[in-house]
Ligand binder design. Structure first.
Ligand code: TXA
Ligand code: MG
Length: 315
């Protein structure tokens, strides 16, 4: 069921059930992070492998202290600048956080979402919420309540509808290793904005075999149609015999019908492009295309997060 009843969502979460919740990045599939029952339901509903850890969500900075054992100075600076917001910090976990949440890792991922409805929800709860994106494992993340309903509607009791997500890509995940600031996932906060606060960062390439970030698998965000990256005009020639869709940044691809096109931002705005990406990919994927052709965006600002998602959709 989709609705806007925060009190009902609170009741369900207190009873260790899972609820889909809006955030400014993407919708999450939330459960009591301190309840093994709720957390294992999240893994089950998503069909997510147990080695892939979950982000915990809370309403305010002061509450993070109970879930971690140390906060480096750089983390503190980033938190004061970007929390609440699309930033996730990887920090050494306290014993209060069950191992099932972090997949056995000594670090826990913590985020404070800015969405007002979820802020209200979190403030009313006396436990943090574990919440991965509310999609079946490996598929495109949901940016509307209807996206969640389309895929998980019959598996969960309630979807809290907070409207379409304003950021549209997942949070930027940042950790700290030997005095270095490391970006594990490019997301809703641009790397440039992080560097403006803490200086140069290292970006760790995502990989399934990276023990520091086990869940950042290479193939992800994948629609059912294969995705091919390159120069759109060339690709259209190459795939002219096939039923093709196109994802472009500013200009529509020549010679294919408008409904098979996703133009991310005609005005060239990377923030708008991020907001449009996942909903557009779902729309194209519903057309039973043979192939989705896509061009990469400028490698700057949120363009980096978008390109990361496109590359992994194509992997
Ligand atoms: O914007 C977001 O971050 C959304 C909203 C719902 O908050 N959540 C989200 O969660 O994208 P999820 O589970 O789809 O992606 C979280 C990523 C995964 O790749 C996971 O492996 C990684 O974060 N992660 C979580 N906890 C971790 C940990 N303790 N160590 C390393 N990686 C971790
Ligand atoms: Mg996800």
């Amino acid at each position: 069921m989709i609705g806007t009843d925060i009190n009902y969502a609170i009741q369900l979460l207190q009873a260790e059930a899972v609820v889909a919740i809006p955030t400014e990045t993407v919708y999450g599939l939330a459960g009591n992070a301190l309840s093994a029952k709720a957390v294992s339901t999240i893994f089950e509903v998503k069909n997510r492998p147990s080695f892939d850890p979950l982000i915990i969500h809370t309403s305010q900075f002061e509450r993070i202290a109970g879930f971690i054992t140390d906060m480096p100075e750089a983390a503190r600076k980033l938190a004061s600048r970007f929390m609440p917001g699309p930033l996730t910090l990887l920090l050494p976990k306290s014993d209060d956080i069950p191992d099932i949440v972090t997949a056995g890792s000594p670090r826990v991922a913590v985020r404070i979402p800015a969405h007002p409805m979820t802020q209200e929800l979190l403030a009313a709860l006396d436990f943090p919420l574990a919440a991965p994106s509310a999609n079946p494992f490996g598929y495109i993340s949901p940016t509307t309540a209807q996206h969640v309903a389309d895929q998980l509607g019959d598996k969960i009791p309630y979807i809290l509808d907070g409207g379409p997500c304003l950021v549209g890509v997942e949070s930027t995940i940042v950790g700290f290793e030997d005095g270095q600031v490391v970006v594990y996932r490019k997301g809703g906060i641009a790397v440039e904005d992080i560097e403006a606060v803490v200086g140069p960062v290292v970006a760790r390439p995502h990989s399934a075999s990276n023990p520091a970030a086990p869940g950042m698998l290479k193939s992800h965000y994948a629609p059912s149609a294969p995705v091919v990256l390159g120069d759109i005009t060339n690709l259209l020639l190459q795939y002219k015999e096939q039923k093709a869709g196109a994802i472009t940044f500013r200009k529509a691809a020549p010679g294919i019908s408008p409904e098979r096109q996703l133009v991310l931002s005609p005005g060239g705005d990377l923030v708008e492009a991020a907001r449009n990406l996942f909903a557009g990919m779902r729309r194209l994927d519903a057309l039973q295309l043979d192939v989705i052709l896509a061009e990469l965006l400028p490698e700057e600002g949120l363009g980096r997060a978008i390109n990361d998602r496109l590359r992994r959709a194509a992997a």
